[in-house]
Write a protein that binds this ligand. Structure first.
Ligand code: GLA
Ligand code: ZN
Length: 723
């Protein structure tokens, strides 16, 4: 039996009454992490709104002399189904026109009027850009470049994270905001600064780095010299005061220094962010806090920063229409990004904080999103676990840098435009998906993507120029994506026990405890798949002695590697699967080929060319109740598909290759599953639903069974109840 309209109403009612867990803001550390098989409560991010958020960045302060436009904005927001806007992201010079000269009446008025019209507010702190008077009065707040030159006043995202008086000034304005708006009925979330990022090389930051190192190396410079291997090129330090950050023209050859500087940058940025957050935790402990992350931003370890936030949010600006691939390729890459964000807090939905209804102004080529693609991109975010669809920006600014950046309302000022129509359509769909909020995707498969490993790989001198670590994680994700298999993206410090299969591509740097987590996981029956470059260095980037993979992993994989070859982009080799591998043919391999010496591992494929022809390229080792797979070379998609398929089959993880161009995700809540199908092609696609896959379409309000037909660029969301 499918689910009828009556049941739909029942669910609606149930939603009002049962199993809600409102995120406890002050208590993130104590909140339950998701584990497969554990009964989950719905985590409603914003009970006051109790809908999927729809809206985005709104800058009424640019239009204070145009009350007619502000009035029109509210009318159009309601028409577009907007229920939430973000205010104040860069409003400092309007809030405080000169030191202590405050003007909040306009914000009072805007927030009140929005609220009266059913529109909630996310209020940002203004620290992302400083007014001119502040830089004039406090030049040390301006960031210093690698070359030791202090910035002039201008642009944004360029303050020193350390300078105490700037921190104090930010605390001051945040306190005013917290006290003035903390009890406003329309306020639902604090948004800390904007896209935190960048590095400062001022004297204060340098000194703070030295203190950080002192604590880390127990005030013992010899310990640091040992861990950084500074005897090489005679680079020993006598005191922590001699250490400078790595800069061109200075010391960049010590990998330990480079890595610790990156770690310090994350630590100091987190420390800065905590300073901002503390104000709100003091004055408004019930209002959650977020900051907007930027995709896989290389400069900050989001796994570390996320621990300080109540909700994860991020800004997504994919290049949907490229001249290189198909739409589905962009979709797979973006789904990976959503998964990274979703996996930072797996017990609750995340937020799509910014996206654009059409084109941005900063891609090399800014193509319009083709009709229908905006809907796909919004539905994809929700499919991947977002409970919000927010845009940058509601209305285009008339002048300055972003005057040609896409927005819901163009300079044209009309609502009968294609873009407005598509946004309005999304608004309607999100209302139909209301009951999805609070449910979350879950995965029995994980891919390890680790920032410190990324930094170490990029910094290593050797092999080839391009190491492509994130690209390889994405590629693996894409294979799972085509099979409709959900994957969490986690750091190597995470508990692996919730998973059946874990993929760890290019895990060059091992952190303390990784070996124990890996061996425990495999011993207990898990399948772990690693690749070339695994376990070459420890957390200080010192090479393991006695063979790779080091750190005690040789037993788990049942092998060691003796050499690694780099191939030119024009070259390839082959890996021929053995008969008893139950995989077929010769798959092409590129870029890196390790020469493997099996100990207890069984060979699944042999190299077909070069002087290492006939030696193992891919192996598997039984270890306890599980298996450890090792890919000694960069295997092209066809081989990877076979391997992933085999691992999933052996583990009993069911999957069905999706029709080309179709994406699938499931969000769970107790016995209810919301299955999202998205078609990124212009042709109709058919998906065969099994008996246990029939359900009720939330978008089309009808029973769905047998063959699901997805129109070109079509989306469907099916609610299934598992008995
Ligand atoms: C970022 C910023 C926004 C805006 C957009 C433009 O996400 O947070 O302020 O500049 O980029 O795409
Ligand atoms: Zn600084």
């Amino acid at each position: 039996m499918g689910i009828g309209l009556k049941e739909n109403d029942d669910i609606e009612r149930k939603l009002q009454n049962e199993s809600f867990s409102v995120i406890e803001c002050g208590n993130i550390a104590g909140s339950q992490q998701y584990a497969v098989g554990v009964k989950m409560k719905r985590s409603i991010l914003f009970p006051k709104v109790n809908e999927i958020l729809h809206g985005g960045d709104y800058n009424p302060e640019q239009w204070l002399d145009r009350p007619d436009i502000l009035e029109e904005d509210i009318r159009l927001m309601k028409k577009a189904g907007v229920n939430t806007v973000t205010l104040g992201v860069f409003s400092w010079s309007v809030y405080e026109s000169s030191e202590g000269n405050y003007h909040f009446e306009w914000l009072d008025d805007v927030m009140d009027r929005l609220w009266e019209n059913g529109i909630f507010t996310i209020l940002a702190t203004p620290s992302g850009a400083r007014p001119a008077w502040l830089d004039q009065a406090m030049p040390q707040a301006m960031r210093v470049s690698q070359m030791g030159i202090r910035n002039r006043h201008g642009v944004r995202h360029n303050h020193c994270m350390t300078f105490p008086l700037y921190r104090e000034k930010v605390r001051e304005i945040n306190t005013i905001l917290a006290k003035r708006y903390g009890n406003h009925p329309g306020l639902i979330l604090w948004h800390i600064s904007n896209e935190l990022g960048g590095v400062c090389y001022c004297d204060l930051c340098e000194k703070k780095f030295q203190d950080y190192l002192k604590r880390k190396y127990h005030d013992n410079i010899q310990e640091l010299n040992q861990e950084w291997w500074t005897t090489f090129w005679s680079h020993r330090y006598n005191s922590f005061e001699q250490i400078e950050p790595p800069v061109p023209g200075g010391e960049t050859s010590i990998h330990g220094l480079n890595l610790d500087w990156k770690r310090f940058t994350t630590w100091n940025m987190t420390d800065y962010m905590k300073d901002e957050i503390a104000v709100f935790k003091k004055w408004t402990p019930d209002i959650p806090v977020t900051t907007n992350f930027m995709r896989l931003y290389e400069g900050l370890d989001y796994h570390k920063m996320s621990k300080e936030l109540d909700i994860i949010s991020w800004d997504s600006y994919p290049d949907w229409h490229t001249d290189k691939g198909e739409l589905i390729d962009t979709a797979a890459a973006t789904a990976f990004d959503h998964s990274v964000m979703r996996s930072l807090k797996r017990d609750r939905p995340f937020m799509l904080m910014e996206s654009v209804p059409s084109q941005v102004n900063w891609h090399p080529y800014n193509k319009l999103k083709r009709p229908g693609v905006h809907n796909l991109s919004c539905m994809q975010a929700v499919a991947c676990g977002s409970d919000t669809v927010q845009y940058f920006q509601w209305r285009k600014s008339r002048g300055s840098y972003e005057q040609h950046h896409g927005a819901v309302i163009d300079h044209l000022g009309r609502c009968d435009t294609r873009i407005f129509g598509e946004v309005e359509e999304v608004g309607k769909k999100l209302k139909l998906l209301k009951e999805v909020q609070g449910s979350i995707p879950k995965a029995s498969t994980a891919i390890i993507f680790d920032w410190e490993n990324w930094w170490a790989i990029n910094d290593m001198a050797g092999l080839s120029v391009e190491k492509n670590y994130p690209q390889e994680c994405r590629r693996l994700y894409q294979i799972l994506f085509c099979y409709g298999i959900e994957a969490d993206i986690i750091s190597q410090e995470e508990d692996l026990t919730p998973y059946k299969a874990v993929f760890a591509p290019m895990l060059y740097l091992l952190k303390p405890g990784t070996k124990e987590r890996f061996s425990h996981f495999v011993e207990k029956g898990g399948y772990l798949a690693a690749t070339y470059l695994t376990g070459y260095v420890n957390e200080h980037t010192l090479c393991y002695l006695g063979g790779f993979p080091g750190g005690g992993l040789k037993d788990v994989f049942g092998l060691y590697t003796e050499e690694i070859d780099s191939l030119y982009p024009s070259e390839s080799n082959g890996a021929a699967f053995t008969e008893d591998s139950e995989m077929h043919g010769v798959c092409r391999i590129r870029d890196f080929c390790e020469i493997i010496k099996p100990l207890t591992a069984r060979t699944l494929a042999y190299y077909t060319e070069d002087f290492y022809q006939g030696t193992p390229a891919i192996t598997v080792n039984t270890f306890g109740a599980g298996k450890a797979w090792y890919l000694g070379a960069r295997v092209e998609d066809s081989g990877l598909e076979q391997l992933v398929g085999k691992i999933m089959c052996e583990l009993g993880i069911t999957f069905k290759k999706l029709p080309h161009g179709v994406e699938k995700h499931i969000r769970y809540h107790d016995r209810v599953e919301y299955v999202f199908y998205l078609n990124y092609t212009t042709e109709e696609k058919e998906v065969c639903l099994g008996d246990d896959e029939k359900g009720f379409s939330l978008l089309y309000h009808k029973l769905v069974f047998g063959t699901l037909r997805l129109k070109g660029f079509g989306v469907d969301v099916i609610r299934q109840e598992k008995r």
